[in-house]
Design a protein around this ligand. Structure first.
Ligand SMILES: O=C(O)C1=C[C@@H](OP(=O)(O)O)[C@@H](O)[C@H](O)C1
Ligand SMILES: C=C(OP(=O)(O)O)C(=O)O
Length: 426
């Protein structure tokens, strides 16, 4: 994918209106994977069409599932036995590089995994080490590229350090109903980020009739057994929704969107916007649908936040902190140094070059009020870095991103959505 420079549009005034966002990246990945392992075909609607979800679709097909587009839905037909035997492109997607290797450990043939250059920097060792300990043949456990074959793999009891990513735990739980011995996994490290994502995994497994339970503060168990075929609707992506809603806060406007009470950390995501000064109104409409309205008319303020449960939103929170007229502290997100890029370093440098007074801490960022100015912003191929720069660019003239194409990772047309949202003409 070639980089596409982009001058972030300046908002002509307060951003107002209603917005719709496509399906959740995380729920789409889980629904596709569980449907591909189920005991019959499933029809999925609302699946996100983006780079990460295209890659997981392709990966599941390599492993033996069949995925057909039927109008605007996807029919997923599982393979009776996973075949594997091909090469899986993980791009820069954590959900692909973590969720698919346990399925490769069930497949008939050895499967190779590769990805973007930056993907080799993302942590893999705890997961690959656990698969090897459970009997799978892993070419090398450190990072992409690697290959996985079944060997003597049956699942079972394992302990791993998931302080680098909750996805290590989710990955083992998602494949586990098909492991002959299921899984009992215990996290043994210092901190465990993104707990709501593990809860999402357990909820979506349970919805398909799997016995998945949390057995302790940091341990989970999934029994072997069938995964029920199920027609499912994927809910809208609330992390991306929160990013777009932040435009109302930055410009003193008001935006409303669908805010389902579902499998995502909706409350925690909304609280981040509230901490920075947004007024939130949740209302229930016809058919019990919930709408969230975010108003920025009271202005931005500084915030002191532990973002460990919603670390995906750190770049957006950092943009708000950089623009706020009071100091801010973002904590609990040391592990995002291993996200698409070292997000703490990239945010500190990138926002610093736009005039922010920002410094890195061991597990976050600290900001003091300063006056921002235009300039170049390096996205490091990271969609959420691009979101952060776009937010700053709403109110700071001349923010030039080196690349906006990276936003296709989780949104099919971020520049178009952004332009529509703010009604700007450049
Ligand atoms: O399971 C998932 O779908 C995700 C879990 C989280 O990963 P980390 O625990 O690595 O933060 C999150 O940040 C990522 O975007 C998606
Ligand atoms: C960390 C993220 O993605 P991934 O699923 O690739 O880990 C993210 O989307 O912010």
């Amino acid at each position: 994918m070639s980089p596409t420079p982009w001058l972030a549009p300046l908002a002509a005034g307060p951003v107002r209106g209603e917005l719709r966002v496509p399906g959740s990246k995380s729920a789409s990945a889980r629904s596709l994977l569980l449907a591909a392992l189920a005991d019959g075909p499933s029809m999925l609607s609302g699946v996100l069409a983006s780079r990460d979800t295209s890659l997981i679709r392709a990966g599941l097909t390599t492993l033996g599932a069949r995925i057909d587009e039927v109008d605007d839905r996807l029919q997923v037909t599982p393979a009776a036995e996973l075949t594997g035997g091909g090469r899986i492109d993980c791009g820069l997607a954590g959900t692909v590089m973590r969720f698919l290797p346990p399925l490769a450990a069930l497949a008939e043939q050895r499967t190779e995994f590769f990805g973007d250059p930056a993907a080799s920097q993302r942590p893999m060792e705890p997961l690959l080490g656990a698969l090897a300990e459970l009997g799978a043949e892993v070419s090398q456990p450190r990072s992409l590229p690697f290959s996985v074959a079944r060997g003597r793999f049956r699942g079972g009891a394992v302990s791993l350090d998931a302080s680098g990513s909750s996805q290590f735990v989710s990955a083992l739980l998602l494949g586990a109903p098909r492991f002959p011995d299921g899984i009992a996994v215990t996290h043994s490290g210092p901190t465990l980020p993104s707990l709501p994502h593990i809860q999402m995994t357990v909820t979506l497994l349970t919805r398909r009739g799997v016995a998945a339970v949390q057995t302790g503060p940091a341990s989970w168990q999934v029994s072997p057994g069938p995964i029920a075929a199920l027609d499912e609707a994927v809910e809208p992506d609330l992390t991306n929704a929160a990013t777009l809603l932040a435009a109302a806060l930055v410009t003193g406007g008001e935006l409303t969107t669908h805010w389902p009470h579902g499998v995502q950390a909706g409350e925690e995501l909304a609280e981040v916007l509230a901490a920075f000064g947004a007024q939130l109104t949740l209302s229930t409409g016809p058919d019990d649908t919930r709408q969230l309205t975010v108003s920025g008319t009271q202005g931005l303020r500084g915030a002191d936040l532990d973002l460990s449960k919603v670390s995906e939103l750190t770049p957006v929170a950092a943009a708000l902190a950089a623009l706020a007229p009071e100091p801010s502290r973002l904590r609990g997100v040391a592990h995002i140094r291993g996200h698409e890029t070292d997000r703490l370093a990239a945010l500190s440098t990138g926002l610093g070059e736009l005039g922010a007074d920002v410094r890195q801490t061991a597990d976050g960022l600290e900001f003091r009020p300063s006056r921002l100015h235009g300039g170049s912003f390096a996205t490091h191929a990271d969609h959420r870095l691009a979101h952060a720069a776009a937010l700053v660019g709403l109110v700071v003239d001349g923010v030039l991103l080196d690349d906006v194409a990276c936003t296709t990772k989780t949104l099919p047309d971020f520049p178009g959505m952004w332009q529509n949202l703010i009604g700007a003409d450049r």
